[in-house]
Design a protein around this ligand. Structure first.
Ligand code: ADP
Ligand code: MG
Length: 233
C-alpha cells in the first residue's frame, strides 16, 4: 500500500524520509537550544500552505506569537497573506490559557491541548499542526507513566483528527537526547538535531533516528541555516 506523504519542503530533508512524513502521524524533532527546531516547525507549516495548499497551525508554548511571526518574516515568509486567508494560524497557548484574574500563564496537560486544538482543527480544516515545544505540557506531569499515557492519547487524538503533526522537545545534555526520555517511543518518527563545536566552529548535524511504516536514511548529515532556512547536505 502506498502511504500518503506530507512533504516538509525543507531543502534536502524529504529525500531522507522517502518523500515526506506519513500523513496523520506525530513526528518529533529534538535538539539543543539554537539547533533550529522552531525554524523546522515554521518551515513545515509555511511550506505546507504555500506548496501543498494545506492549512497549518503553529502552537507556540515557549516563545510569544509575535516572536514566531517576526522570525518567519526574517526568512521572507509572506505570512500575513495566509493568516488573512485563514490558512495559517500562529497561536500562543500560554496567552490563550492566561488566567485572566491573575495574569499568570497556566499550561495544563495534553488533554487541554487536545481540547483546544480539536475545535481549531475543525474550524480551520487544518492538515498540519506544530507544537513547539512539548516541554511546558510535559512538565505538568509528576511521573513518566502519566506523561507517557498523556502523550500517547494526544498522538491518537491527532491521528483521528487527520492532521500531520510535528512536535519539538529540547535535548538538555548529550547523554539524554530527548527532554523526557519517553517522547521518542511514542512519536512515529524522530529527527535529532545536534550542534558540535569543531575546530573553533559550530557545526550542525541531522540524523533521522526513527520512521515508522517506512525505510529512511541512516546517515548523519551536516546542515546549515541560511537566509532561505534549513539546508541539509
Ligand atoms: N536570519 C537568520 N539567518 C541565519 N540563521 C539564523 C537566522 N535567524 C536565526 N538563525 C539561526 O537559527 C538559530 C535559532 O533556531 P531556532 O529555530 O530558534 O532553534 P531552537 O528552536 O532549536 O532553539 C539561531 O541560533 C541562529 O543560529
Ligand atoms: Mg525553539
Amino acid at each position: 500500500m502506498e502511504l500518503e506523504r506530507i512533504k516538509t519542503g525543507i531543502n534536502g530533508f524529504d529525500r531522507l524520509i522517502n518523500g515526506g512524513f506519513i500523513a496523520n502521524t506525530m513526528n518529533l524533532v529534538t535538539g539543543p537550544a539554537g539547533s533550529g527546531k522552531s525554524l523546522f516547525g515554521m518551515q513545515f507549516i509555511y511550506n505546507g500552505v504555500v506548496e501543498s495548499d494545506q492549512t497549518g497551525i503553529f502552537v507556540t508554548l515557549e516563545e510569544g506569537s509575535e516572536n514566531i511571526r517576526n522570525t518567519m518574516l526574517t526568512y521572507d515568509m509572506d505570512i500575513q497573506k495566509y493568516i488573512n486567508e485563514g490558512k495559517l494560524y500562529i497561536i500562543d497557548l500560554g496567552e490563550v490559557e492566561k488566567d485572566s484574574s491573575k495574569g499568570a500563564r497556566r499550561i495544563r496537560g495534553f488533554e487541554s491541548l487536545a481540547e483546544f486544538l480539536s475545535n481549531l482543527i475543525k474550524i480551520s480544516r487544518a492538515k498540519r499542526v506544530v507544537v513547539d515545544s512539548l516541554s511546558p505540557v510535559g512538565n505538568h506531569y509528576e511521573n513518566d507513566g502519566d506523561l507517557r499515557q498523556g502523550l500517547f492519547r494526544f498522538g491518537r487524538f491527532l491521528k483521528e483528527s487527520k492532521v500531520t503533526t510535528l512536535v519539538t522537545t529540547e535535548s538538555i545534555s548529550s547523554e539524554k537526547i530527548t527532554r523526557f526520555g519517553v517522547e521518542e517511543f511514542i512519536a512515529d518518527s524522530f529527527v535529532q538535531l545536534s550542534l558540535r563545536e569543531e575546530a573553533g566552529e559550530l557545526n550542525r548535524y541531522l540524523l533521522v533516528r526513527k520512521l515508522r511504516f517506512s525505510s529512511h536514511d541512516h546517515k548523519v548529515h551536516k546542515y546549515t541555516i541560511a537566509p532561505e532556512g534549513i539546508m541539509i547536505k
